[in-house]
Design a protein around this ligand. Structure first.
Ligand code: RNT
Ligand code: ZN
Length: 414
């Protein structure tokens, strides 16, 4: 008997069909962020990353051009099992020879190369307007008291809705478009409500345009603080949840955007009761919103348990959002996404009916015992089978490919 067959038998003891778990996992698309490859820099400005987010480290080999970034994405995707989506930011617009278009004027044609890239590989595309790393984003964007600046960013978001529609049409699947603004104050503000009122007005102006709501799924990402915005963010959790509910758009929760002892895993069920869909940015905050590479840690597993327990997994739009510049960036992509998939598999291998019946009957000792025993079940064998079926290297041997890629490609980027 193969290791997989043995493991399958062990899981059947607790009523788990491992073949079914593998099939389900194959059909969970992850929206993989493009910005791990170049430290969130993009191609439209020469400046550095702003907006109170930060990459640290200077591991050699960062992608500097669209071609390099695409090559790195190809390498990463070749070692990640399953069919996924690529999540682009507006600052990854590709301009032809010497052309430059500011963010309020970008058009679908500036993303044509990305659409071709996605089509050739059978990937979907998601999108994000970029409200940071720009001269007009030095302090406030959609909540700016300067009407010209506020309008500029409203127009940017509208341009991004058009580009998202183009992605959806070309690729024949909805495009999730996420709005996140870095607006906030380092210290105690005197007026908290006015910036939020302006943000609300801007969002209304953006969403009141006529766009195809089947094609573009707009979501709004909240955040509790940023570097230099420690005391107040305009787009707080309460603001974003309330706004999303009132407008029928999706809320997005990033698990780096809450107080350190708050957990997103506990928030998912509540949002599912009040929203048709919801979106997630999966990341790993270490002491702050540090965007470390996702590990197979307890909270990632707990988030994934909540995702797979949902009546319809497709209600949850899963995306990754982390950026580590201190290690091989291509490997960072792969490690994080594979861990997220392993966590999803862990969730799929839980005997949820059995466990929830124990909860219902008040058998809490047995519930604890069983949850703990399952932790050492042979999930690794199921993971190997999943990778095999997806023609992706299952074991740590995938790293040999990275060593070769680093030697032949990354190290030559001086
Ligand atoms: C920032 C947010 C946001 C960004 C990306 C680049 O704290 O998490 O999602 O990471 O838009
Ligand atoms: Zn995020």
């Amino acid at each position: 008997m193969s290791r997989y067959e043995e493991a399958k038998k062990i899981y059947s003891r607790i009523g788990i069909d491992t073949d079914k778990a593998i099939e389900t996992l194959k059909n969970i698309p992850i929206s993989i962020h493009c910005w791990q490859g170049d430290d969130v820099i993009g191609f439209d400005t020469k400046g550095s990353l702003t907006g109170g987010i930060q990459t640290t480290g200077n591991y050699p080999g960062k992608a500097r051009t669209p071609e390099e970034l695409m090559a790195d994405i190809d390498k990463a995707f070749s070692l990640i099992p399953g069919k996924h989506k690529l999540n682009l930011h507006a600052n990854y617009a590709i301009f032809e020879d010497g052309e430059f278009v500011d963010r309020d004027k970008i058009e679908p044609k500036h993303f044509k190369k990305w659409v071709e890239f996605a089509k050739e590989r059978g990937l979907g595309l998601d999108f994000n307007p970029t409200f940071f790393s720009h001269p007009k984003a030095s302090s406030f964007t959609l909540s700016s008291p300067d009407e010209e600046i506020r309008k500029f960013w409203v127009n940017h978001a509208i341009a991004c809705i058009r580009i998202s529609e183009y992605f959806a049409t070309e690729l024949n699947q909805p495009c999730v478009m996420n709005i996140w603004i870095p607006d906030g104050y380092k210290d105690i503000p005197a007026d908290r409500i006015s910036p939020r009122a302006r943000f609300k007005k801007s969002l209304d102006e953006i969403l009141d345009i006529d766009y195809d709501k089947e094609k573009v799924l707009v979501c709004l990402e909240s955040k509790v603080f940023g570097i230099g915005m420690e005391s107040y963010t305009v787009g707080s959790a309460e603001f974003c949840l309330s706004y999303a509910a009132s407008k029928g758009i999706m809320p997005l929760m990033d698990n780096g955007h809450y107080h350190p002892t708050e957990v997103v895993s506990d928030k998912i069920s509540s949002l599912l009761l009040f929203n048709k869909n919801l979106a997630l940015h999966v990341t790993r905050p270490v002491r702050w919103d540090s965007d470390h590479v996702i590990l197979l840690d307890d909270e990632t597993k707990e988030i994934c348990k909540e995702i797979v327990r949902c009546d319809d997994i497709s209600r949850i739009k899963i995306a990754t959002d982390y950026f580590d510049a201190s290690i091989n960036r291509v490997a960072a992509w792969i490690i994080g996404v594979r861990n997220l998939q392993k966590a999803l598999l862990f969730g799929l291998l839980q005997p949820n009916n059995l466990l929830s019946n124990l909860q219902l009957k008040g058998e809490l000792t047995e519930l604890m015992m069983l949850q703990e025993e399952i932790k050492t079940y042979p999930m690794g064998d199921i993971w190997e089978e999943f990778c095999k079926q997806n023609n992706v290297i299952a074991t740590e041997e995938w790293f040999n490919e990275i060593k070769t890629y680093e030697k032949e490609i990354l190290s030559k980027r001086a």
